[in-house]
Design a protein around this ligand. Sequence first.
Ligand code: HGY
Ligand code: MN
Ligand code: MN
Ligand code: MN
Length: 410
Amino acid sequence: MSAEGELIAERIAALAAVSARPDALERVHLSPEHAAVNALVAPWFTEAGLAVRVDAAGNLCGRIEGRTPGLPALLLGSHFDTVPDAGRYDGMLGVLLALAAIRRLAPEARRLPFALEIVALSDEEGTRFGTALSGSRALAGTFDPAWWDVRDAEGVSYREAAVSFGLDPARIAEAGRAPHELVGYLETHIEQGPELLDQDRPLGVVSSIGAATRHTVVVTGKAGHAGGTPWARRRDALVSASEMILAGEAIAREAGALATVGTIRAFPGGVNVIPGRVEFSLDLRAESTALRESTLARIASAARAVGERRRVSVEWRENYRADAVVCAPALRAAVENGIAGATGAAVPAPIWSRAGHDGLAIAAITDVAMLFVRCGNDGISHHPDESVLAADIDTALDALTRTIETLAEH
Ligand code: HGY
Ligand code: MN
Ligand code: MN
Ligand code: MN
């Protein structure tokens, strides 16, 4: 592993140590850990030659000028926040690879036809408030003001968290970037799946970032005594929800989409009480927006049919929606050139990203592209066993640097 690779590994360990929990990696938007990570990394940005700032949304930003001051920037980066019990590479590796590439190119930045910017985005996951991509949405100028009043599990509102983080909610628009300020957004990210591992490839190019939607589904029946209520009189919200969830999985499998129920809560929650109400989350993804929509409609129809048969009501609350984003051909070609140069091999067929990424939001203001890094450990992610191969970090840095140089030549 190169000295740069070693430094990235050390910095991954330092970032992973900043967690809200002693037993697992967990770092959420506008938390003390988010502030601690921004404070930890800002000197790394400065040391690489970047002018550093925290934007009005709490994103850590850096910029180094190109051949003349004020040129549009190639934006690099990824996110710092995590899911609960996270791995240590999702998001963080992309920020550190972008930083290492900029550090390599800084001495010759004066010949680049664009500025280089890096952004360490927060709230890509939406773990704390359910407001996924809010950091990149602020950068894209599409921040949803309704988010200010969303509360976390402790009852703290996004607005209160922002103020205690030192932000002024009234100035969120200042985080917005205009299209003419950017030449593109290039994110390096672990694949979060087994495709590259199965193909025995260290790196991959992304064709598109898949469409996704997240809902809270509320099933309402009638609570009652677990013994005294005869079968014919039961309106059991949990059994009904279970039937809906299984139907949804079957529909998604058949459609080639991906459906996940990550959380479920049953009320009132007594072991000898028939659940009168259930709330479960549904995360649905597909390669295209059309397939996501048609699959969602089929799942909703199946849930309605179960509700009618079991005499329970079904309410859908959408929390998040992102239409599929096709990576820009010119940026994608530069990534393919970077991969070919770094690996000395033909570039593997592009992969559509099953995972969502900040490019879904940033595509609103500029072209996006992604460089994928192979995951080890059967491709597992959003889990402490998430891993990458040490050699792949070096190869990814080489490919990312070459990608930027390819863009500089055109
Ligand atoms: O959920 C996702 O796909 C991403 O990891 N936030
Ligand atoms: Mn993630
Ligand atoms: Mn991620
Ligand atoms: Mn991402």
